[in-house]
Design a protein around this ligand. Structure first.
Ligand code: CAO
Length: 456
């Protein structure tokens, strides 16, 4: 006797009537547990629904472009019985009578289309997320960083990736298209109507504001000049690229550079390195930076703030969640370490090791990339003397860290060899004045120099 498992749409929060944008299996396919069956796409996220069990696809109850809601049955899977046999499509009718059917709503694997290295969903309608963390599985796509609180600039077109693709194919810039769906979302009909109206010479006027009228990038046939290879950007790169671009264009960045003398801190770090190693993680300068960043955010609350959507109020946060930029094979992600004020450097180091490994394995849950107050991007393990980190909206500042090196420091009588750590603080000049940024960067440096006074 085989068991029939109905696969239902899992909890997708407030969303309903979510379109099926990909059907990844066919009737008769032998599938593994966790293999993705369909991709759903809400207004602001795509989500693959994985199979809760291995077996054979006996029925597919959805088609491309169908819309589904929580609880709707997507597919029915014939699951191997105890003797290991699975009823394939041929045996299905015969087995029907003896099959037991159970309904399972799997944990969805969520991919965001939403953010830069931790920004997020369109402003309209009010921020909602595809919830539910992804489960590990063979077809699970790496998650993309996202911040539930962030919003796109108000002029950013509100359209699904599919509609963006459709618009791109037609050469339509969505900033010129008015969305007719709920919340102003642009749908296929809006784009086709726009094209018709453009062809008849009555297209809507070009909007202004953040939609810079930039000339298009040059079209170059590179193969005319030599051998080339086309390599598609990863999904994370595409998504984070769009948000990096938005943040770079929409936030007036200034970067304040400073140097911290970490000679004594480094001696302390090395003296404690073994203790960390025995517990299975590394004690790197980054955890000291997290601690001093928390102290500085406490001292300068304006750095622990976000502009509200209208740009008229500052939201001051009373918690200290720090985002850490992590380089992964698929691109940049920013997991967030929560409540850093309540953790010592060893706890932080352990958590950093765990989160960065998860990031590299593509197993971060969306919630693990949300809620950051301030980010740190450390390239110190690699090199460099300074750089301009891009602010991770809706945060208002980010600390870049380059590689420490021995540099001569004048002590009033002679030059002394000191280990100096370059700090690059990018800040949102709408919120933070240059003088405050200089004070904040100095505070960071002074705290590292006088690290023993810190609550490590
Ligand atoms: N100066 C000198 N050495 C440093 C250093 C610094 N500022 N920071 C780290 N190091 C050393 C570490 O002590 C470690 O040395 P050992 O191997 O001898 O123990 C080595 O460099 C490697 O450190 P790490 O990178 O493994 O660990 P970390 O805690 O410094 O950083 C993580 C962890 C996850 C942040 C890092 O691996 C990473 O991904 N960095 C890239 C971030 C990034 O891409 N930023 C750019 C974003 S904008 O595009």
């Amino acid at each position: 006797m085989s068991t029939r498992t109905e696969v239902a749409v899992p909890d997708i929060g407030d969303f309903s009537d979510v379109p099926v944008i990909e059907v990844l299996v066919a009737v008769g396919d032998v599938i593994e547990a966790e293999q993705s069956l369909v991709t759903l796409e809400s207004d602001k996220a795509t989500m693959e629904v994985p199979a809760p069990v291995a077996g054979v696809i006996a029925e597919l109850r959805v088609q491309l472009d169908d819309t589904v809601s929580e609880g709707d049955i997507i597919a029915v899977i014939d699951v191997a019985d105890e003797a290991g046999s699975v009823s394939g499509p041929v045996d299905q009718a015969a087995d029907q009578a003896s099959s037991e059917t159970e309904s399972v709503a799997p944990e969805p694997a969520v991919e965001k289309e939403d953010t830069m290295a931790a920004s997020a969903p369109p402003a309209r309608p009010a921020a909602r997320q595809m919830p539910a963390p992804p489960t590990a599985g063979p077809r699970q796509s790496p998650p993309v960083p996202m911040d539930a609180n962030a919003s796109l600039p108000s002029k950013t077109p509100y359209a699904s990736p599919a509609m963006r693709r459709f618009a791109r194919e037609l050469g339509v810039d969505l900033v010129h298209v008015k969305g007719s769906a709920r919340g102003g979302r642009i749908i296929r009909e809006d784009i086709t109507a726009f094209v018709k109206s453009a062809l008849s010479g009555s297209a809507a006027p070009v909007s202004s504001g953040l939609n810079f009228d930039l000339p298009p990038p040059p079209k170059v046939n590179f193969s005319r000049y030599g051998e080339i290879e086309l390599r598609p950007l990863s999904r994370i790169q595409k998504i984070s690229g769009a948000y990096l671009h938005r943040n770079w264009l929409s936030i007036p960045h200034v970067t304040q550079n400073d140097l911290a003398d970490i000679t004594d801190m480094e001696a302390y770090r090395k003296a404690n390195a073994d203790k960390a190693k025995k517990q299975g993680f590394k004690l790197t300068p980054l955890v000291f930076l997290i601690k001093v960043a928390v102290a500085a955010l406490n001292e300068f609350p304006i750095f622990n703030a976000s502009l509200d959507e209208a740009g008229e109020n500052l939201v001051l946060k009373k918690f200290f969640h720090i985002g850490i930029a992590v380089d992964t094979p698929n691109g940049l992600v920013v997991p967030v370490i929560r409540d850093c004020d309540q953790k010592d450097i060893f706890q932080l180091a352990a958590e950093l090791a765990e989160l960065s490994q998860k990031a590299r394995d593509g197993k971060l849950k969306p919630i693990e990339m949300q809620g950051g107050c301030f980010s740190i991007s450390s390239l110190g393990g690699i090199g460099g003397t300074s750089f301009t980190p891009i602010i991770n909206a809706p945060e208002v500042a980010i600390l870049g860290v380059s590689r420490s090196s021995i540099r001569p420091q004048w002590d009033g009588e002679s030059f002394q060899p000191r280990l100096m750590l370059p700090l690059s603080l990018s800040y949102d000049h709408r919120v933070i004045d240059g003088a405050n940024a200089a004070r904040f960067a100095r505070y960071l440096a002074a705290s590292l120099e006088d690290f023993e006074r810190m609550d490590l």
